[in-house]
Design a protein around this ligand. Structure first.
Ligand SMILES: [Zn+2]
Ligand SMILES: [Zn+2]
Length: 439
């Protein structure tokens, strides 16, 4: 009797391992673990654990895992809303490919901090695709522009984004004005730092392009198609590489282009907004506002589910809602009214490893106290004519790129003595003379 029960248990576990695995996304390790359990049960002994040996953990630790040659890794670096919060940055998804290429889709407020936690050298983070120009999708662009260069990017930042119905509503205009906004910042840095990274290349493309190729290099093709959101201009993207397809909706009301061009994708990221009742209760919207914003400007969870049921991705990702203990169930319930396929309700630092056979979903465990990652190539000392070139290009007089006598006259002379000591200390410690700057 006892033996037959054991046999039954073994058969049941084997059944679960073999037949449930496609739905459970079991990796080999878990499959082996199940095998061990069934063997262990047969031998009536517990699974072996060790008090001193580490076990593999189902968490992604950045900068600790190689990416397979045919593998794509997607990291959610922002999944929230235009209203900022420390739990969730605004829209941003990083796509890393086994060929070494990396692409950032949207760079919403707060997302640059998430990116820095991944400890990726900044020369590899030079390609940003923005779906539209709302602050929650471009709010961290300046941090990638200035901060990215400070953190070691030695090449211009490259930005792709849509045109608008007039030039003032396009990406080139937005980026140009952002650069102008930082004239003072740049004027204070030029001549002191390797200035090659403090530049932006803009690639504005027609927002009306339907599945139009906007990037093709190194085996990667990125296409854009129109989105419906707020004004003319927004787009969604697809990225194809080695038979894998990633789709990023940015913000959009469900539309015919998405349904057509997001088909056959492995991972489809589409907005899924806060439910109408929560917009009223938690955001303080009037019912009229909540209905308009929650169902017409954005995609409601029910509508998100409908879209996914129609395009049937290998794995659907819902983002753009505040994911809390008291909001998530309602979002899930409403999606499940219209969609029963594989689904992630995204939050910051969710990670998808995608191969032809499997999509593995985990959370990243990140260090918050990160410093700048290593440089990809040797830094260049500031060039003598950097300041002159900048002055000419931007129209700031060369003699204004420094302190006036008025400001210099405000320096506390007593502090010089203290700082001379620091120079002396460094000279002694490093065995060469560092001369204290003359005033
Ligand atoms: Zn938007
Ligand atoms: Zn948005």
């Amino acid at each position: 009797m006892k033996q037959s029960k054991m046999v039954f248990l073994g058969v049941a576990i084997t059944f679960a391992a073999v037949f449930l695995s496609p739905w459970c996304h079991l990796d080999g390790r878990e499959g082996i673990a199940l095998g061990l359990i069934s063997e262990a049960n047969a031998a009536e002994s517990p699974v072996k654990v060790s008090p001193v040996k580490a076990r593999e953990r189902d968490v992604y630790f950045p900068n600790s895992e190689d990416l397979g040659r045919d593998e794509m890794r997607v990291v959610a670096c922002g999944t929230g809303m235009p209203t900022t919060r420390s739990a969730q940055a605004a829209a941003c998804f990083l796509v890393e490919l086994g060929n070494g290429d990396k692409f950032i889709f949207d760079i919403g407020s707060g997302s640059a901090e998430r990116i820095s936690a991944l400890q990726i050298p900044y020369d590899y983070l030079d390609k940003i695709f923005v779906g539209h120009l709302h602050a929650d999708h471009i709010g961290s662009l300046a941090e990638m522009f200035i901060g990215g260069a400070l953190m070691g990017r030695q090449n211009p930042l490259r930005v792709w984004g849509p045109s608008g119905s007039v030039p003032e509503l396009g990406t080139a205009y937005a980026v140009q004005k952002m650069e102008e906004m930082y004239t003072w910042d740049l004027a204070g840095r030029v001549g002191l730092v390797d200035f090659r990274g403090y530049a932006i290349e803009v690639n504005e493309f027609d927002y009306r392009g339907e599945n139009a190729v906007i990037y093709k290099d190194n085996g990667v093709t990125i296409r854009s198609f129109p989105a419906i959101h707020s004004l003319d201009g927004p787009v969604s993207f697809s990225l194809e590489w080695k038979g894998l397809k990633f789709v990023f909706g940015s913000d959009t009301f469900p539309n015919k282009w998405f349904n057509e061009y997001a088909k056959d994708a492995d991972l489809v990221v589409h907005e899924c907004f806060v439910t109408v009742p929560d917009l009223i209760k938690k955001m303080g919207f009037t019912p009229e506002q909540a209905l308009l914003v929650g169902t017409q400007v954005h995609t409601s969870p029910e509508a998100f589910g409908k879209v996914m049921s129609m395009i049937k991705p290998k794995h659907a990702v819902a983002y753009h809602f505040f994911k809390d203990f008291d909001t998530t169930a309602a979002v899930n319930d409403r999606i499940r009214k219209t969609y029963d396929g594989p689904l992630s309700l995204a939050e910051d630092f969710m990670v998808w490893n995608i191969t032809k056979d499997d999509i593995r979903v985990r959370m990243a465990a990140v260090e918050e106290h990160t410093w700048a990652p290593p440089l990809v190539s040797k830094p260049e000392v500031p060039q003598k004519d950097d300041k002159g070139k900048f002055s000419e290009e931007v129209g700031v007089p060369l003699d204004k790129m420094g302190y006036s006598d008025f400001i210099k006259g405000g320096r506390l002379a007593e502090v010089d003595e203290v700082l001379r000591e620091t120079y002396k200390e460094a000279s002694e410690a490093l065995g060469r003379e560092f001369e204290y700057p003359s005033k």
